[in-house]
Design a binder for this molecule. Structure first.
Ligand code: NDP
Length: 403
């Protein structure tokens, strides 16, 4: 029975708070704060209507550390769940340290003026969290998050070592818009326009953005083009699975998405360099994000499924030689919307955020310091995925991937 404070009121937060309310035996008292209080109130109203649970709402700028500390002290939660944007990770971690509470997020810190996707800023908090006897859990979404848990489950139950790893993220959903992103557009476009990087031979190898494309036939979705790109869990996987010879991340994009993105990039609209416009500085990507459809409005129209998983090849635990396993979850946009009022991209992130929070507040995952998902026992997390809307499936493939 724990009190939690969730920060941010977008699609991911909405799913996570709904799921927490559905698990009142674990989360007995839920508080929600964000920059725009009306968005917290809208989530609270939906939670009330769907589950009967009352949650308290607040307005906060999470970048104002003293205000955050005051709010945390006033509420007195066991855990702060950061579902705002990656820019707020460090100020929220600072506030948690000062107020003496545990911390969880779903995306690594990014400075506003650089699209870097690196853990070092947050790993640098290790000693401060350890000395304070507090836990910070980083990246408890789907990817990062479940993809690392899947990998560690394979390492615990199927493979003694993992030689090759491919993470495949397919969104087979159609939202009916010419161009829109399924989560925060600014973060999404920063991610896909950054150069691709994969782990090979003990180092990261950089290649041009969207330079490598492969067609893959996804179960319950069909054939889709997926593109190799950098994703932050590659860094923690390379650290915690040191025997990895190669690790890559792939995401599917439709031809229409690529066409629009190419044009926007060519005309400079995806840039994070400030430009002067009518006497004031604006950042083109932030302006673009402001005119694109809001991800939380796409739920109602999005049809289809997501299929996200990992393919790992390595030496079998039972001594039967080299084996390849594929472990994945398939999630329906319509079913996610029906249950929480949000589409599957928010659902597949918000549910693992709830599960990571459950692991922490129940002391199932415990430790002093800053932790990635790879560092804890995958089994209780995997069990909760099956129970709370993200069932997974594992199968053996004939051999390593041929791409
Ligand atoms: P949204 O943009 O929909 O929501 C972000 C929320 O954070 C908004 O309510 C916003 O407020 C609030 N916010 C922004 N700045 C501040 C601030 N300074 N203080 C307080 N609140 C603030 O994003 P999503 O819900 O789609 O994503 C949430 C997080 O989840 C992001 O960090 C994203 O990168 C991550 N994510 C992780 C995934 C994974 O699998 N690991 C997948 C998808 C997303 P306002 O309403 O006023 O704008």
């Amino acid at each position: 029975m724990a009190k939690v404070l969730v920060i941010g009121a977008g699609g991911v937060s909405s799913v996570c708070v709904h799921k927490m309310a559905m698990n009142a035996g674990i989360f007995s008292d839920i508080h929600l704060a964000s920059r725009t209080k009306s968005k917290c109130d809208a989530i609270a109203a939906s939670v009330q209507e769907r589950t009967g649970v009352e949650i308290s709402t607040y307005e906060i700028d999470a970048e104002e550390v003293p205000a955050m500390v005051n709010l945390i002290r006033k509420i007195g939660p066991k855990l702060v769940v950061n579902l705002a944007l990656p820019y707020q990770d460090l100020p929220i971690m600072d506030a948690c340290l000062e107020a003496g509470v545990d911390y969880l997020d779903t995306a690594n810190y990014e400075p506003k003026d650089e699209a870097k996707f690196e853990y070092h800023w947050q790993w640098a908090y290790q000693d401060r969290f350890k000395d304070a006897g507090l836990t910070a859990l980083l990246g408890s979404g789907f990817d990062p998050g479940v993809t690392s848990v899947f990998t560690m489950w394979l390492k615990k139950h199927k493979l003694k070592t993992i030689r090759q790893l491919d993470i495949l993220d397919c969104n087979g959903g159609d939202h009916g818009q010419a161009f829109a992103t399924n989560f925060n557009p600014e973060i999404n476009i920063r991610e896909v326009t950054a150069p691709a990087r994969h782990w090979e031979g003990g180092e990261f190898v950089e290649t041009p953005a969207m330079g490598k494309k492969v067609e893959f036939d996804f179960e319950e979705v069909g054939p889709k083009n997926m593109y190799m790109m950098y994703h932050e869990e590659l860094e923690s996987l390379a650290k915690f699975v040191p025997e990895l010879e190669r690790a890559r991340f792939w995401m599917t994009f439709g031809d229409e998405y690529i066409k629009h993105l190419t044009v926007l990039q060519n005309v400079g609209m995806t840039s994070i360099e400030p430009v002067k416009y009518q006497g004031r500085e604006i950042i083109p990507l932030q302006f673009l994000a402001a005119v694109l459809p809001k991800p939380e409005t796409l739920g109602e129209t999005t049809k289809g499924k997501t299929n996200i998983g990992v393919i790992a090849t390595g030496e079998a635990l039972d001594g039967s030689g080299e084996k390849t396993f594929y472990i994945n979850n398939i999630c329906s946009h319509e079913a996610a919307y029906e249950e929480t009022g949000n589409q599957a991209v928010s659902y597949t992130t918000g549910v693992p955020a709830m599960i990571g929070s459950a692991m922490m507040v129940q002391g199932i995952w415990d430790g002093d310091g800053v932790f990635n998902m790879e560092q804890f026992d995958p089994d209780p997390f995997m069990e909760m995925l099956n129970q709370h809307g993200l069932p997974w499936n594992v199968k053996e493939l004939d051999g390593p991937v041929g791409f």
